[in-house]
Design a protein around this ligand. Sequence first.
Ligand code: DAH
Length: 446
Amino acid sequence: MLIRRITCARALPLSIPMATSPLFSHLKPFSPSSSLPPRVPSSSRSFPFSSLASASPSKPSSKRANPPIAALVEVGGVKIAKDDVVRESDPTNNVPDNIFSKIGLQLHRRDNHPIGILKNAIYDYFDTSYSSKFVKFDDLCPIVSVQQNFDEVLVPADHVSRSYNDTYYINADTVLRCHTSAHQAELLRDGHSYFLVTGDVYRRDSIDSTHYPVFHQMEGVRVFSPDEWEGSGADATSYAAMDLKKCLEGLARHLFGAVEMRWVDTYFPFTNPSFELEIYFQERWMEVLGCGVTEQEILSRNGRKDCVAWAFGLGLERLAMVLFDIPDIRLFWSTDQRFTSQFSEGKLGVKFKPFSKFPPCYKDVSFWISDSFTENNLCEVVRGIAGDLAEEVKLIDNFTNKKGMTSHCYRIAFRSMERSLTDDEINQLQWNVREAVQNKLHVTLR
Ligand code: DAH
């Protein structure tokens, strides 16, 4: 499983055995035009309420759901213009404004933010255990080629994670990285043998308290030369696997204390064998990371033919949510002082104290789906309109009638972490969602 997203309960395409994943049973070779999500007009993306005539004094301002967006951001010295990333007229582009607005925010580089605090705690572990040999990258541009994101880490050509339904494409050859593994090959080519890559990663996905289309990962790679395992009595792969397990068990203890752990065999395209590490924490088994012995092909293609290596990848939000008791993934993006002021540099595991609990408001929407309908596309539409006020989108009813038409009913939970929402505001949001669902997803409302 792992780290397709940060919860255990979901099918995780990059990490699920191809033979057993239900995601693969229906998989056709990838075809951009058939799986492209519907385009969303820019006017309704950034200003969801602007087309609505409402005289209500409590009419929500567009600012509240989706704040205005800068037109230019800078990451690692690279200037990224909004027009380069969000291109309405390009059918090979599926990046909405609200995703562009996250580029450059780099929560992992803020020492007083839970994500930055956790990154630094992991750095401390590696610095102490490996005399600061690991080179750290945390400012690599999240715009990468399809080659980097998929081909160079041996993701099969028909793998579901390559689809427009799962990944944000800037054009047919360029994506917002969906994992930090996208940087493995280039760093190996550059000759690095010990490295950590931390960064924001982007995935189209469902909406609930543990899923957000932008989150943060850390990747670690360690390369061994023959003299390191020769004479150990073990073959290269077993030697690397043993070292990997020892290293990551130490990391888990560093973060979680003296917890019970177990290793689970799994599949990743880039490692063989592949494992997940689980810990027994707060009375349940929790997946901490995915890892394995790097596929020889990756090493030999990148100038490390005679070497062996291990690699791991972990989702920082997933771990930060349990370490800091943060109940909803949207909170990481909050700029509310009542959230931000609770965390400070070097203080791992300070428990978050909820500062308000406003009730969620539920609204249902039912429609006859079309062949091209996907839940991820629905969630994109909902986020495009409600932004972070969308807390959850859940399928609550699903049936097919005698004519073969399939109906879905979704329950949308709207809730702000920071304030109470008015009835008018929610009705307006729901109205806009209904309108957009009908226009953009080619479904028929019931
Ligand atoms: N890239 C994987 C994901 O996003 C995580 C991962 C698993 C990275 C195993 C690795 C690895 O380097 O060896 O699901």
